[in-house]
Design a protein around this ligand. Structure first.
Ligand SMILES: *Cc1c(COP(=O)(O)O)cnc(C)c1O
Length: 392
């Protein structure tokens, strides 16, 4: 070969037109023209990238879109939702601090609080976040952060965000809100006094169950920097391809959310009328324990999750999922299609039967993450499934 050997990088073809789709940039590393420029890049005086673990364009494109949805600045994309939760806690807290969490947090968040943070000298306790007085009673002089979700899994209880935000503000405690369930379509936590907002982008933001990602943003620049440095040091970097998929998913997020929410409200109404149905949980229904708070806080939005309980034990539950083969029985949420989860055998299987009973989670308890299907199709499938389950 005379001049161009195989190992020289291929130039990108020129085009007078621009691509409409976002490019994917998988490069691990970026070449700078000279040490002065590289120095200026590290100092933040020149824009650009150096090494993908520190940041890359596809993560930034995605982060700016979620920033806009949340009214945040400088949000960070991480390799999973749990990476975002972990970075928000471990990037900020130190030994001797205390964290207060909601007692119905996402399972792995509970584990992080109960098992992992104490190993680093960070004390943690849980409280009922539907009750601001219970939250106040659980605060300590050394409480540094409160971690909460607005709507809980799987019983869809609505936390007293305004009450908790007032307590946090009065005592200078950082308030971190995992907004995965509610999404910025229903509530923007930073407008309600939160200091940190977190997402599992894996769920309805990306929306197609093909990318595992997280997002975390803080209002304070020093806290943002601490979270960023912890995430980069511990290698929580997201894959450019996953970021690209999620960004593509986001273009239709509001359309998908609105359709899924309308379906969820209609499905809740339909389920409530089926024989053999013990109860249906949906935040805006008048029989929901927090429906007044849901109406005030979520602006009339009930979200895309519906929980329900049928009579009967595990056998009835098995019959239900088998009779609805087109509704994926899968422990996730936010897919384009409806998925069903059974907390007693998945998210809450680690709890004792008594602890599950205290939460109201029996063998007949299901949570549906409602998708964008035609509603008649969904109600027919659920009718057949509940019928098969309850008739035995
Ligand atoms: C799924 C989920 C997480 C964790 O996100 P991953 O992307 O699976 O790591 C955290 N919080 C909530 C509320 C979730 O639903």
């Amino acid at each position: 070969m005379p001049d161009e050997s195989l190992i020289r990088r291929t130039p990108w073809p020129e085009s007078a037109s621009r691509p409409l789709g976002t490019p994917i940039q998988p490069s691990v590393v970026y070449a700078s023209p000279d040490p002065d420029t590289l120095d200026a890049q590290y100092a933040g005086e020149q824009p650009g990238y150096t090494y993908a673990r520190e940041g890359h364009p596809n993560a930034d494109v995605l982060a700016r879109k979620i920033d806009a949805l949340e009214g945040a600045t400088g949000g960070l994309i991480t390799g999973s939702g749990m990476a975002a939760v972990t970075a928000a806690l471990m990037g900020v807290l130190k030994a001797g601090d205390h964290v207060l969490g909601g007692d119905q947090l996402y399972g792995r968040s509970l584990r992080l609080l109960n098992q992992d943070l104490p190993r680093f000298g960070i004390a943690t306790t849980l409280a009922d976040f539907t009750d601001a007085a219970a939250v106040e009673a659980a605060l300590r002089p050394e409480t540094r952060m409160i971690l909460m979700e607005v709507v809980s899994n799987p019983t869809l209880r609505v936390a007293d965000l305004p009450g908790i935000a007032r307590l946090a503000r009065a005592r200078g405690i950082l308030l971190a809100v995992d907004n995965t369930f509610t999404t910025p379509r229903a509530i923007r936590p930073l407008e309600h006094g939160a200091d940190i907002v977190i997402h599992s982008v894996t769920k309805i933001l990306a929306g197609h169950s093909d990318a595992t990602l997280g997002y975390v943003a803080a209002t304070d620049a020093a806290i943002r920097r601490a979270i960023y440095d912890f995430a980069v040091t511990t290698g929580m970097t997201p894959s450019p391809f996953d970021c690209w998929l999620a960004e593509r998913g986001l273009y239709s997020f509001e359309l998908r959310y609105d359709r899924a929410e309308a379906n969820a409200a209609a499905l809740a109404e339909h389920l409530a009328g089926l024989p053999g149905m013990k109860r249906v949980l949906y935040p805006t229904r008048p029989d929901h324990p927090d429906h007044n708070r849901a109406a005030a806080l979520l602006g009339g939005r009930g979200g895309h999750m519906v929980s329900f309980e049928i009579a009967g034990g595990r056998d009835a539950a098995n019959r239900l999922t088998r009779a609805a083969p087109d509704i994926a029985f899968a422990p996730t949420l936010g897919d384009i299609g409806t998925t069903l989860s059974h907390p007693a055998s998945s998210s809450h299987r680690g709890l004792s039967a008594e602890a599950r009973a205290a939460l109201g989670i029996s063998e007949g308890f299901f949570r549906a993450s409602v998708g964008v299907e035609e509603i008649g199709l969904l109600t027919a499938e659920f009718t057949a499934a509940v019928d098969a389950a309850t008739r035995g």
